[in-house]
Design a protein around this ligand. Structure first.
Ligand code: FAD
Length: 497
């Protein structure tokens, strides 16, 4: 019979390790003891500053006070990502956390928009999206409700080191034991192959029943010891390096991440209260490090506050994210570049999945298989969404963009794009983080516009449709006029911007 899980050992104290510690301690801390091992000598990756709205659920489960959170992590509000130069040089669009217009039963708003456009009306899809209308003016107020048409979903930009420290304090208050030291080796049960204990360089031993590998891209347990293998997605997503540098802040705080496409990759700009985070994600096959540094440093808004730091990465995923008694969470489980700020969400989702399926009475192979099935689909749907950004482009100014435009994409993605292009219909995988409004914005933002609309959108006559759209756009604009700038909101809420 499988042994009960009484002690959980978390390997690594980056965002993955401390988020796992905090959530597990909060949810089942009465049933298991938790020890987290981290090495000051190795440190953390120290990037990962943009999130998506589900981070709110983490804060809600942990019972975190938002004003304290904003202060302690020097966070700002994120309503969207603004994509510049992706569809074509000089073009911009926003992928917001909102949804445009108002859906009728069975018929999404973009069908009405498509019909209006095909009838020759001058309508901008984004004018019906509250997140966009606030983002472009730098405004923010808390508007939340059950009706997605009138709510303003948001996430945060935060300082990743401060976030880790914040979660560490939280976890230690709930009884998580932190052990500092470098793990040198792992002992395994000769019969089952399970990990039984870890040996630190100074000889200390840490035993456990379930090990959560949050050791970063080295995958200390899941790869070095269990050797599950890695599925490489570099043929679809050729970027394999990032260069990061903080810069000084002086401008009004934008409530969105900037993603600016360049000749062989793209640059992020993330506004925090005390600095901007910047980086360039690029393909080393298409761009040298010197060229990357020139592009990045030549496109900063404020003065660089440090030397640029190179971070190599390999896009893909561990072939089994849960193997024996080891669950890989964070960079050890795989990596997808930060274009849609999904890594921290994937950490959250992995921990929530583990808690749903927690093997309290002992590990069952069927539970492990289910965990791995869900994780695989989730990673693949995010991968496809990111590939879409690179593939759906009209750019042909460099070999990088020409290669990505021409490459064959995964079948599921190719079918999804084709169906949307022909009919405006989108297939939706239930495990996909990104719902219809996200796909519609990126597809249309990059120039893929449906050739037809749903028959239900034929309901109103042309004049009636035009009047309805005018009224809806005016209603969406209305709350924005009296809304404060994000900087005013942050000050009132305890932040310093
Ligand atoms: P790490 O931060 O690398 O932590 C690993 C931990 O393991 C450390 O504490 C280390 O000390 C410990 N460790 C390793 N080996 C040993 C050992 N032998 N003994 C003891 N301890 C050990 N995500 C987002 O959601 N949004 C973003 O905007 C975003 N931007 C990114 C930009 C870039 C360029 C990159 C590369 C990633 C980005 N990410 C982003 C991803 C995000 O940074 C990570 O998902 C997140 O930081 C989690 O990292 P981690 O905890 O898995 O690993």
């Amino acid at each position: 019979m499988a042994a009960a899980i009484k002690k959980v050992v978390i390997v690594g104290g980056g965002t993955a390790g401390w988020m796992a510690a905090a959530l597990i301690a909060r949810v089942i801390g009465e049933q298991v003891s938790i020890e987290l091992i981290e090495s000051d000598e190795i440190g953390i990756i120290g990037v990962g500053e943009a999130t998506i709205p589900p981070i709110q659920h983490v804060n809600a489960v942990l019972g975190i006070d938002e004003a304290e959170f904003l202060r302690e992590t020097k966070a700002t509000i994120k309503l969207a990502i603004r994509f510049d130069n992706w569809g074509a040089i000089g073009e911009s669009y926003y992928h917001t956390f909102g949804s445009a217009g108002r859906n009728l039963a069975f018929c999404s708003f973009h069908h009405f928009w498509t019909r209006a456009r095909r009838a020759g009306m001058d309508v901008d899809y984004w004018d019906f999206d509250l997140n966009y209308l606030c983002a472009r003016e730098g405004k923010f107020a808390k508007i939340q409700g059950d009706d997605p048409t009138w709510s303003l979903p948001y996430a945060y930009h935060f300082d990743s080191s401060l976030y880790g420290r914040y979660l560490r304090r939280y976890s230690e208050r709930l009884g998580v034991v932190r052990t500092e030291g470098l793990i040198d080796n792992a002992q395994r049960d000769p019969e089952t192959g399970d990990i039984t204990s870890l040996t630190l360089r100074d000889g200390r031993q840490v035993a456990g029943d379930l090990f959560i590998d949050c050791s970063g891209s080295r995958g200390l347990l899941i790869q070095r010891h269990l050797n599950v293998g890695y599925e490489d997605w570099g043929h679809w997503l050729p970027c394999d390096r990032a260069m990061a540098v903080p810069s000084a802040r002086f401008e009004q705080t934008a409530p969105y991440t900037r993603s600016i496409a360049h000749e062989a990759g793209w640059q992020w700009r993330i506004p925090l209260q005390h600095r901007n985070g910047n980086g360039l994600v690029y393909s080393s096959r298409h761009c040298s490090d010197d060229r990357a540094a020139a592009i990045l440093l030549g496109n900063l808004d404020g003065e660089a506050l440090d030397e640029p730091r190179i971070i190599p990465f390999r896009t893909g995923r561990a072939r089994r994210q849960w193997d024996r008694n080891v669950v890989a969470v964070g960079l050890s489980s795989g990596f997808l570049e930060p274009l849609e700020s999904t890594s921290i969400y994937l950490i959250q989702s992995a921990i929530v999945r583990l808690l749903h399926l927690f093997p309290q009475g002992g590990i069952d192979d069927r539970v492990v298989a289910e965990y791995n099935r869900q994780s695989q689909i989730e990673y693949e749907t995010v991968r496809d969404f990111i590939i879409l950004h690179y593939h759906a482009t009209r750019r042909d100014d460099s070999a990088f963009w020409r290669d990505l435009r021409a490459m064959p994409v995964p079948d599921r993605l190719a079918a999804k794009i084709d169906l949307f292009r022909r009919s405006g219909i989108l297939t939706q995988d239930p495990l996909d983080i990104f719902m219809e409004p996200s796909w519609v914005q990126v597809l249309m933002g990059q120039g893929i516009v449906p050739a037809a609309h749903h028959p239900l959108a034929d309901g109103p006559g042309d004049d009636e449709l035009a009047a309805q759209l005018r009224q809806l756009a005016a209603m969406k604009r209305e709350p924005v006029a009296n809304m404060p700038l994000q900087d005013t909101f942050l000050k009132a809420f305890g932040g310093q911007a």
